[in-house]
Design a protein around this ligand. Sequence first.
Ligand code: AN7
Length: 348
Amino acid sequence: MKGIIAKYRKYLPVTDKTPVISLQEGGTPLIRVSRIEKEFGFPFQLYVKYEGLNPTGSFKDRGMTLAISKAVEKGCEYVICASTGNTSASAAAYSARAGMKALVVIPEGAIALGKLSQAMIHGAKIVAVKGNFDDSLKIVLAICEKYPVELVNSINPFRIEGQKTAAFEIIDDLGRAPDYHAIPVGNAGNITAYWKGYKEYSAIRPVMLGFQAAKSAPIVDGHIIKNPQTIATAIKIGNPASWKKAEEARDESAGAIDKVTDDEIIFAYKALAGLEGIFCEPASAAGIAGLIKYNKKGYFKNASERTIIAATLTGHGLKDTDTAIKSCDHPVVVEPVIEEVCKILGLE
Ligand code: AN7
């Protein structure tokens, strides 16, 4: 079955009257990353849920198929979101497919260009504000009070309902729930969704480990961050919408929400690409960066080769090619002569 509504219909708030707007999202691979395990001396099995392989290149599509389907069912003409990029890309694509108009408010200059290009090409109406994501969301919420537009940020409960299906798929693939689940945290919708999914689908549940970027870590620091900073623009958020729900997921699962530096994020990002052939966007690597950090400090000392950890890679690396190019050596330019090319390639 294609698409998360078709696949998990009985777990989702849809009826025969709900028009299903789908791009066949979900069904993403769960990949064992043995070379990462070996490189970092992980005592456990690590599987990554590669959400970059969704139709618009991020996990947002799972929630968007349901949010847009329900908006169409309700007869809405307009949906609106604030975004660090991926939500707007997904909202724009699913709105196009539904024949609706997507309105998008983004922080100026803080969106990876792959994401902006998606929102633009799918025909969203986009406004960039001279402020950050939190300013953008505040404006969007105020607009929703005043105008008949449907909010498709993760405050919309249908977003969470759709996104919980990623936990279902992990259990279906492994034959059981993992022992731990590592995940990046921005607005905290996804950690909320996974925890809901695990609870609904399995009596045995993982310990949830959420990771924020060090200078955008309001949940860890215990207060709103006025001017959040991080290279991982997707999670550059100072006042997460699902703050309380994320803390519930952490506490109910006896887990943790912690932070990782930009250097740790880029290190994990490059390790996934270089050791496993898996290209995710920087924010996506926060979960792996967190596992490396926690393993070093002895958090997994009781784990064995039977321990299973799942980590969500939330978005595709091609969303943000600037960061990839900036974090690698650039190609050497030579004359088109075989000797010169071979010299650079090390084929002497
Ligand atoms: C790749 O698109 O908030 O904790 O507006 O794009 O559920 O917010 C994106 C978030 C992680 C964090 N990884 O998830 C947006 C937006 C990627 C993301 C997150 C986002 P949440």
